[in-house]
Every structure is written in structure tokens, then in C-alpha cells.
Design a protein around this ligand. Structure first.
Ligand SMILES: [Cu+2]
Length: 289
């Protein structure tokens, strides 16, 4: 190879390297905020719980990546260091039972699971802490295939009766979905109930989701911290139109929220509208027969 050719190919390689580095830098800076938040929806401040949940998620990924790098590194090292050399024949030297190594295989994963468990448990306890006397209580009733929202706010009781919006694939139908209103910076307790089968209350941007089980009340406690429109959905396959069991969430100022409440009828749509309100009483009564 002439020296001229060598210079050209070296120059080309360098150019290729610079292009790759520039592309990587662009990708990394362009979505750095997204990357830092682990591609989660919403923002760190969407509710009082999203920062903690985001940190748990992102740190778990960093830990997993660290473990991955060590594991991949060891695998590659073995492949290269112990590859078959020229002229080698037959099986390599066979080994069985290496007690110290096997003890390490057992202890290291137990420690890793223990660490993940510890942090998950801590965050879960903190997120699930119940708020006494929340500013707003919403008794949410999931039903095939819509949502009723019973608001208890400032001594007032109002309700929103959800009707399923049949999605046609055309734009604008989303606006006719049942809508849940929440005042920003005020504590909310969701009392989650089902009128018929198991549903699941999920607002993806809030990073929280909980099953709604007939005959049982589950709950979520949080404080929305950012105004905006979010999507909500049922996250438990609950029948034919499960995929259309959607709702909108509007987080608005306290004044706007109060104005909205005044447009709703007074009262609550309680368990008297459940498909079988006495389901569990019946079960108990039958046991005596
Ligand atoms: Cu459902």
C-alpha cells in the first residue's frame, strides 16, 4: 500500500468516527431529559409521587446496566481468552464443581434481589401512605365500559355519570370521553370500586395504577402538582369494549375546579347502581343454608 493510500483510508476512518460521535452526542443531548427520566410519560413533578417512582425506575435501570456490563464483559473475555487455538484438538480440559464459584453465584444474586426489594419496598410504602382527610375524595366506580366519578369536596357531594364514548377512529371523539377533574396542589384520595367485574384505574402520566375489585374498595392517594390534560384508561381486560374504557383527566386550578363542580348534579351514585350490590351479602347468606 502506498503511503498516500494509507493516509486516505486513515482520514476516512477518522471522518467516520467523528460522524458517529456527533450522531451519538446529538441523540444523547436531544433527548437527555427523556433519557434521564427513563422515557416515562408525564414529568417528575406531575404528582406528589412521580419523582420517587421515576427515581426508582431510573436507578433500577442503571443498576441493571451495571450488572449487564459486568456479565457481558465476563462472557466476551471467556470467549476470547479461552477460544480454540490453531492446532488444538479434542475437548478442552473439563472441570466440575467449583465450590467458591458456586457460593458466589448464589450469594451475589441474593444480594442484588435484596437491594432491589429494599428500595422497591421503601418507595411503595411511601407512595401508598394514606392521606387522612384529603381535600378531595373521589369515589371512582368502574363499570363495563365507562366510569362514574363521585366527588366529595368542601362538604359538597356531586357526581359525574360516565357514558361510554364509542371510538370510531375519527378525531375529536376523545373529547367526549368521561372526564375526571382534579384541583392542582390539593390532596386527593381515590376510592376505587367496581360495579361489575375487575377493572383497573390507570393514569399513565401519574405512574400509578390499581385494580378495582367488585365488593372491595382499593385506594390511591396523591396530590396533582401540574395543570394539564392527561389520559386515563382501564388496565384490566374486562370484556368486549375494554379497549374503549378510557377517560380524560383535567388537572385545573382550585377556582376552575369549583366552577366545574357547580355544573354537576348533587349527590352520589353509590353501590345501589352496582350490578349486584348484595353480591357478598348473598354469598354469606347462602353459606347458612
Ligand atoms: Cu375495565
Amino acid at each position: 500500500m502506498s503511503s498516500e493510500k494509507r493516509t486516505v483510508s486513515r482520514g476516512r476512518r477518522a471522518a467516520r468516527g467523528i460522524t458517529a460521535a456527533a450522531a451519538a452526542a446529538l441523540v444523547l443531548t436531544g433527548c437527555s431529559e427523556q433519557v434521564q427520566r427513563g422515557w416515562l410519560p408525564g414529568s417528575r413533578e406531575t404528582t406528589s409521587n412521580t419523582a420517587e417512582l421515576t427515581d426508582l425506575w431510573v436507578n433500577s435501570w442503571i443498576a441493571a446496566l451495571g450488572v449487564g456490563l459486568v456479565t457481558w464483559g465476563l462472557m466476551l473475555w471467556c470467549m476470547v481468552a479461552y477460544r480454540r487455538r490453531k492446532g488444538e484438538t479434542g475437548y478442552p480440559r473439563q472441570l466440575a464443581y467449583n465450590v467458591p464459584l458456586e457460593i458466589m453465584y448464589t450469594i451475589v444474586p441474593i444480594i442484588m434481589v435484596g437491594v432491589l426489594f429494599y428500595f422497591t419496598d421503601q418507595v411503595q410504602r411511601s407512595v401508598d401512605e394514606e392521606t387522612e382527610d384529603a381535600d378531595l375524595v373521589v369515589d371512582v366506580r368502574g363499570k363495563q365500559w365507562a366510569w362514574d366519578f363521585n366527588y366529595q369536596y368542601d362538604g359538597e357531594e356531586r357526581y359525574y355519570a360516565g357514558v361510554q364514548a364509542h371510538l370510531t377512529g375519527e378525531e375529536g371523539v376523545e373529547e367526549t370521553l368521561p372526564t375526571l377533574y382534579l384541583p392542582v396542589d390539593e390532596s386527593v384520595t381515590f376510592e376505587l370500586n367496581s360495579r361489575d367485574v375487575i377493572h383497573s384505574f390507570w393514569i399513565p402520566a401519574f405512574l400509578q395504577k390499581r385494580d378495582m375489585i367488585p365488593g372491595k374498595t382499593t385506594r390511591i392517594d396523591l396530590t396533582p402538582q401540574e395543570e394539564g390534560t392527561f389520559q386515563g384508561k382501564c388496565a384490566e381486560l374486562c370484556g368486549e369494549y375494554h379497549s374503549e374504557m378510557l377517560f380524560n383527566v383535567e388537572v385545573v386550578s382550585a377556582e376552575e375546579f369549583e366552577e366545574y363542580l357547580q355544573t354537576l348534579p348533587e349527590g352520589q351514585l353509590g353501590d345501589e347502581y352496582d350490578r349486584n350490590p348484595n353480591l357478598y351479602d348473598d354469598v354469606t347468606a347462602n353459606e347458612g343454608d
